[in-house]
Design a protein around this ligand. Structure first.
Ligand code: SF4
Ligand code: SF4
Length: 371
């Protein structure tokens, strides 16, 4: 398999305020182009796109291509597992939503210490093993957002794990709260292939500071900024797949152009990335990946990642001498609660896989934009 997977997490939408309204026609064209270029791996999840992603995968892929021409990965939504029976109920629902008889890769979704306890209590991993024995799953694993100590505990308890999905990108490689390097090295030591999620960190490694972008463009004028990040992840030997959440045809064309005949990074390129990391680290204020996991539980309805993106962009724009972020914020808050409406309940922080101090971050946003 080629090392690039089509992530169904950031699909093109018809209404930017409603993630469930996927642009089906554009999606079909993107899937067709991806398949035409020889790529076959598709990654979805129960919760993506307001629980519609799996259905769009069925319509755009499963109902249009022979089952043996592609691989599907999807995930058990752990927040919805509240009894042993839920494992089977949700799994069967996903088979139906995707319109398939089996999944090629099936994961416990976004595991952390709380979800690990839940999975143990309700026998979720044992359920995956049972589905594999029945032929309804080909490979079992989990996606992971916690520290290396917990990862070791999970892989020790569940040695049948065949792969692990990790957040790896050049800015998080040495980030102490993500521990990408440590987790990758543990997987390698234990012989567990790694699937990479967030190689461009929710798009934040595309819109990088001008100074960093110049370094990349001076070295390779025709290579996209995103290509450096995807190739960085794919250059790791134990990485079997890099997922990219593609939102339009340009993303498909760009990603497939350099991943079709993938060439790992060379020493000079690694040195440039080291410099880029230093520049970015000195400019990103709130390292939010825009995964959206924090949003659903917010009792106030604050669009947290959108405000963090505006805040980060505003700080970076200061260096570029031009900022439109205040305008965007003012427009958004006509219909949405402002950052200062946060009541500090903390629901969002327990859901955040990046372990961000969201409440403090919103105070920064409020100071910058609400005043
Ligand atoms: S702490 Fe603030 S942003 Fe987070 S869930 Fe509560 S009200 Fe929403
Ligand atoms: S604040 Fe955390 S959970 Fe919310 S979108 Fe950003 S990274 Fe995801």
């Amino acid at each position: 398999m080629k090392k690039l997977g089509f992530g169904f997490m950031r699909l093109p939408v018809l209404d930017p305020n409603d993630a469930s309204k996927v642009d089906f026609e554009q999606l079909c064209r993107m899937v067709d182009r991806f398949m035409e270029k020889g790529f076959t791996y598709f990654d979805t999840a129960y919760v993506y796109h307001k629980e519609q992603s799996e259905i769009f995968l069925r319509k755009a892929l499963v109902e249009r291509y022979p089952r043996d021409s592609f691989k599907i990965a999807t995930k058990l939504p752990m927040p919805k597992v509240n009894s042993a029976r839920d494992n089977e109920k949700l799994f069967n629902e996903e088979l139906e939503k995707c319109g398939v008889e089996y999944f090629d890769y099936y994961l416990l979704h976004a595991m952390n210490s709380e979800r690990f306890e839940k999975a143990k209590k309700y026998g979720s991993f044992e359920f995956l093993k049972k589905m594999k024995a029945e032929g309804k799953i080909r490979h079992i694993g989990f996606s992971f957002h916690d520290d290396v100590k917990l990862l070791e505990e999970m892989l020790t308890l569940w040695p049948e794990t065949e792969f692990v999905q990790l957040q790896i990108n050049y800015i998080d490689w040495e980030n102490p709260s993500i521990q990408a390097k440590e987790c990758y090295e543990l997987c390698t030591k234990l012989g567990k292939p790694v699937i990479v999620m967030e190689p461009i960190k929710g798009g934040s490694l595309v819109d990088i500071p001008q100074e960093a972008e110049k370094l990349l463009k001076d070295y390779a004028p025709d290579a996209s900024v995103a290509s450096w990040a995807v190739r960085y992840a794919a250059s790791l030997d134990n990485v079997m797949m890099v997922l990219s959440g593609m939102s339009n045809m340009d993303h498909v064309e760009d990603n497939t152009s350099y991943m079709e005949n993938f060439v790992p990074l060379c020493d000079d390129e690694y040195k440039i990335i080291d410099k880029v990391v230093d520049i970015i680290n000195s400019s990103i204020a709130i390292p939010c990946t825009a995964c959206g996991y924090c949003v659903d539980g917010c009792p106030v309805g604050i669009p947290i990642p959108k405000y963090f993106a505006l805040y980060n962009a505003d700080l970076q724009a200061l260096n570029k001498g031009f900022s439109t972020q205040m305008t965007y914020y003012t427009n958004m808050t006509v219909n949405l609660p402002t950052a200062s409406r946060c009541i500090g309940c903390g629901q969002c922080e327990s859901a955040c896989p990046q372990h961000l101090a969201i409440i403090d971050g919103l105070k920064l946003v409020a100071e910058r934009f609400d005043k």
